[in-house]
Design a protein around this ligand. Structure first.
Ligand code: NAI
Ligand code: NA
Length: 396
């Protein structure tokens, strides 16, 4: 069929298999162009199908020749209805990995459940024995706690007071003022339950108990800090509480991995256009100004460039893993540079519907958004009849 984007607010209802494939190939080529990383050889990526998780999987496989197992939650296609982008991304990745002689298998299901954890452990035992790196890169609005059976929903709200600031509808380019009412105590607890560290801890405990973590195994989860501008709705809002919890969980996990000499890290990453970040108010305006400034300075990165730097210059850096005073890995260092943040803050004041096309990178934002779903990707023929029914070769 001919597959076109069908946008509804922050999501696109369709995805293009060839565009997703091309995105994956581009990321693989980037990784290969940067040479070998002396990294982990057996890697489990939880949240492996899009964004930072997919880029982590690609960096492991094509940077270090690693065998990879990916866990994700994606929709397969039905005749006449496309799959979700992570499905097509994974299909493309596993085709490329297997063609390169690399082990690549995956599990599609709810990573928060006991069942998917057990299935993953069984697969590691059967095929790899143990893993030496576990990447935890889940972004979800909802989680059912397998112990209590309670379903928690996260919210993106400020704490204590109403937050009023500018935002942009990135489809229309209209800049407007929005006010977000403060959350309740229950909202905070629910957001921490979904996006905090509890599930990461459960994964690492289950993997450790099953004996599938290699001696000295490392695990990494991803966090975000960002500027003062977005603080009320991000780092000091409900999602920030969840990130505080995630960061605190790293030392809890490290404590529990003493038996194998393992270590848990949080890496603070750069703000990027992903399905998760497009839904957060104010952030798209910040990102469009940030992209403009970082591109002008020649320091803009996407997910794959970020993960390349994480693996080559942080995790597997010969001089040991550099961290900040709170033990966090920082690859948001270029985003947070004073010259970058000063310029973004100045542009923020000037941003209106009229000025944004010139002072911000709204086009870059939009292109990245379409690219997430495999659209507007260079070299793809969108007029060609395309088979929506694509198999994931390593799906267990
Ligand atoms: P994403 O939406 O691109 O990826 C989310 C992944 O989680 C996908 O593979 C999806 O299939 C999987 N997933 C979601 N629910 C699942 C479930 N119940 N079971 C199994 N898999 C599930 O998100 P992104 O942006 O790559 O986020 C990953 C992490 O990076 C998050 O912790 C996020 O907060 C963090 N981060 C994101 C930044 C950004 O600007 N996008 C910046 C810094 C950190
Ligand atoms: Na991810």
């Amino acid at each position: 069929m001919i597959i076109e984007p069908r946008i509804r607010g922050f999501i696109c209802l369709t995805a293009h298999p060839k565009g997703c494939e091309q995105n994956v190939i581009n990321q693989i080529n980037y990784t290969k162009s940067k040479g070998t990383i002396n990294g982990a050889k057996k890697v489990l990526v939880i949240g492996a199908s899009t964004g930072f998780g997919l880029a982590s999987r690609i960096t492991s496989a094509f940077g270090s020749n690693a065998a990879t197992i990916g866990v994700y939650f994606e929709k397969p296609a039905q005749p006449g209805k496309t799959a979700s982008p992570g499905w097509y991304n994974t299909a493309a990745f596993e085709q490329q990995a297997q063609a390169a002689g690399l082990y690549a298998k995956s599990i599609n299901g709810d990573a928060f459940s006991n069942e998917i954890k057990e299935k993953t452990i069984d697969l590691i035992k059967a095929d790899l024995g143990q893993v030496d790196l576990v990447i935890y890169s889940i972004a979800s609005p909802v989680r059912t706690n397998p112990v209590t059976g309670i379903t928690h929903r996260s919210v993106l709200k400020p704490i204590g007071q109403t937050f009023t600031n500018k935002t942009v509808d990135f489809h229309t380019g209209v800049v407007s003022t929005i006010s977000i009412e403060p959350c309740t105590e229950e909202d905070i607890a629910n957001t921490v339950a979904v996006m905090g560290g509890e599930d990461w801890d459960m994964w690492m405990e289950a993997l450790n108990k099953a004996g599938v973590l290699a001696p000295g195994a490392t695990t990494v989860a991803y966090s975000y800090i960002g500027p003062d501008l977005t603080e009320p709705v991000y780092r000091k809002g409900t999602i920030g509480r969840a990130k505080d919890h995630l960061e605190a969980t790293a030392s809890v996990i490290t404590g529990k991995l003493g038996n194998i000499g393992g270590k848990a890290y949080v890496s603070v990453n750069k703000a990027l256009v992903t399905q998760a970040s497009s839904a957060i108010p104010v952030i798209p305006l910040y990102i469009s100004l940030l992209y403009k400034v970082m591109k002008e300075k020649g320091i803009h990165e996407g997910c794959i460039e970020q993960m390349q730097r994480l693996f080559a210059q942080r995790l597997y850096f010969s001089g040991g893993v550099p961290t900040d005073d709170k033990g966090r890995i920082r690859i948001d260092d270029w985003e947070m540079r004073t010259d970058v943040q000063d310029q973004v803050a100045a542009l923020w004041k000037e941003a209106t519907t009229e000025t944004l096309p010139a002072i911000g990178d709204l086009e870059g934002y939009k292109t990245d958004f379409y690219n997430l779903f495999g659209f507007k990707v260079n070299g793809v023929d969108y007029t060609a009849d395309t088979d929506e029914m694509v198999e994931v070769p390593g799906l267990v």
